[in-house]
Design a protein around this ligand. Structure first.
Ligand code: APR
Ligand code: MG
Ligand code: MG
Length: 205
């Protein structure tokens, strides 16, 4: 699962000719039961609620966006983007930073334009805070209905028929968001490696 193009935070910041974008995965624990009943096989409790968004381009991604390092720090820029996209003021800290990497070049024509470095963060919250974000994202967020079409929760469970996480992973993701999701689910032990491998294999069918 090692990404190519990984670079340290210091190396990333040293590239003044690069464009930078920051995104975050917000998540929380929850004791909510699916279908309000005894958890069916394969459903891990407590459930975790990672959040992603449906973007204007029809792709799934994490909230965040381009940061202008001549005007703001990575974390301040991320906070600004989150206010626009989620309608909530966040304090994302340097300690929430997970990794930085070069985005894959999208097309040969773009080889002359500045390279994009994406910085990824994770932030654990209380369930009530996540619910507040979900509400604000459709009421006070200025980007709602424009850049952002809606927040979505990531299903981490697997149903017997192969639904759940596998189906979610079969959708289309922007940039390296799919990799960031998989990497984070493993790193934070949100899904067991064996279960993730199975869901990944099913998602590619
Ligand atoms: N989630 C979202 N985008 C990601 C991710 C991720 N996990 N990883 C990398 N990216 C890349 C995408 O390729 C994206 O184009 O980062 C780039 C910038 O992120 P956005 O969230 O799209 O940037 P934002 O500043 O919120 O808005 C982009 O650019 O295309 C225009 O009109 C569009 O207003 C929009 C603006
Ligand atoms: Mg934005
Ligand atoms: Mg964005």
């Amino acid at each position: 699962y090692m990404a190519s193009g990984q670079l340290s935070r210091a190396e990333a910041l040293a590239c003044s000719g690069c464009r930078h974008a920051c995104h975050v995965m917000l998540y929380c624990d929850t004791n909510t039961l699916l279908f309000g009943s005894i958890p069916i096989r394969h459903i891990v409790l407590p459930l975790l609620l990672p959040q992603m968004q449906m973007r204007f381009d029809g792709l799934l991604g994490f909230p965040g966006g381009f940061v202008n390092l001549s005007e703001e720090s990575l974390e301040a820029g991320l906070g600004r983007e989150l206010l626009e996209e989620l309608g909530v003021a966040f304090q994302i800290l340097e300690e929430d930073h997970v990794d930085s990497c070069f985005a894959p070049a999208s097309s040969p024509a773009s080889s002359t334009s500045p390279r994009l470095i994406t910085h990824f963060y994770t932030k654990k919250m209380e369930e009530g805070q996540i619910r507040a974000v979900e509400t604000a994202a459709v009421t006070t967020a200025t980007d709602h209905g424009q850049e952002v079409l809606g927040m979505v929760r990531v299903p981490l469970h697997s149903t017997k028929g192969g639904g759940g996480l596998a189906s979610f992973l079969s959708h289309s993701f922007v940039g390296n968001a799919r990799f960031q999701l998989l990497h984070t689910l493993l790193r934070l032990h949100l899904v067991a490696p064996e279960e993730l491998r199975e869901a990944l294999a099913r998602s590619l069918k």
